[in-house]
Design a protein around this ligand. Sequence first.
Ligand code: FES
Length: 268
Amino acid sequence: MESETFEPKIVAFLCNWCSYAGADLAGTSRLYYPANVRAIRVMCSGRVDPAMMIRPFIDGADGVLVLGCHFGDCHYLTGNYQTDQRVRIVWEVLRQVGVDPGRLHLDWVSAAEGARFAEIVEEFCNRMRHMGPLQASLPSGPLPYDLPLALAIAAEIVEGERFRWLLGRLRELREQGSVYGERIDAARLEQLVRDVIAEEYVRAGVQVLAAREPLSVKDMASKLGLAARDVLKQVAYLKKRGVLDIYDVRQQSPRYQSTTRIGVDDLG
Ligand code: FES
C-alpha cells in the first residue's frame, strides 16, 4: 500500500552510548533526516524488552526502530546480542498475529556514525511510507482482520510464562544444548521458537477474547482463525488453572469469560 500524503509515526529506541550519540552527531552536523521519529533514549538496546517493542504499535506507531552499538562495542558487553535475539523472536510474534515484521527494524549505529543514523532513519521512513498506515493494513496470518485484537494478542504472548522462559534460555539452548546435554542446531531452535509462539497464540488469543466478552469455543475459534478442537484444549487448560470460568450456557454451548482482566486495557 502506498500513500503520497501519509507520514508514518516511528518510535526509535536509541542506546545512550552509541546510537543516541550518533543521532546527536547527525543533528549537530546538520544532516537531514525525516522528523517522523520519536526517540526514546535507553541505557542499552538490551534494555528494550519485547513488550516495549509491541507497545508503540498499540499506541498508534506505524514502525519501531531499535538501534544499538555494533557487536563488540556494547558498554554492557553482551546487551546488543540479547537485543538481536529479542528482535528476532518479536518478528516471529508479529508474523504469527499477521502484522508485517518489517515494521520492526533493528540496526547498529556508533557514536561516530551520524550519517549512518540519518540514512537508516530515512530508509526506514521510506519503507513505512511504502507500507502505509499500520491501522489500514491487512493481517497476513490466520487472524480475521482485527488489528487491536492482533496487537493485544501479541502483547499477551510476550508477557506469557512460556515465552519468557524461552527468551531467558535461548542463549543457553544455543550454546549448551538441552538439559539432556543434546546440542540444538539453529534450524531446530528456530522451529522450537515458532512452535512455542504458535501454541502461545492460541492461549493468548483465548485469554484476550475471554477478557473482552463471554464467548463459546466455536466463536473464539472463528475469531482466531483456528480449529475448535485446538481452542477447546486451551479453554480446558485455562479453566483448570482458574484463568477462565463459565459465564453462562447458550444453545447448549458454554460461554467462557476471563477471571482476570488480561488484554482489556489494550482493547479499549
Ligand atoms: S550500550 Fe549500546 S547496545 Fe548496549
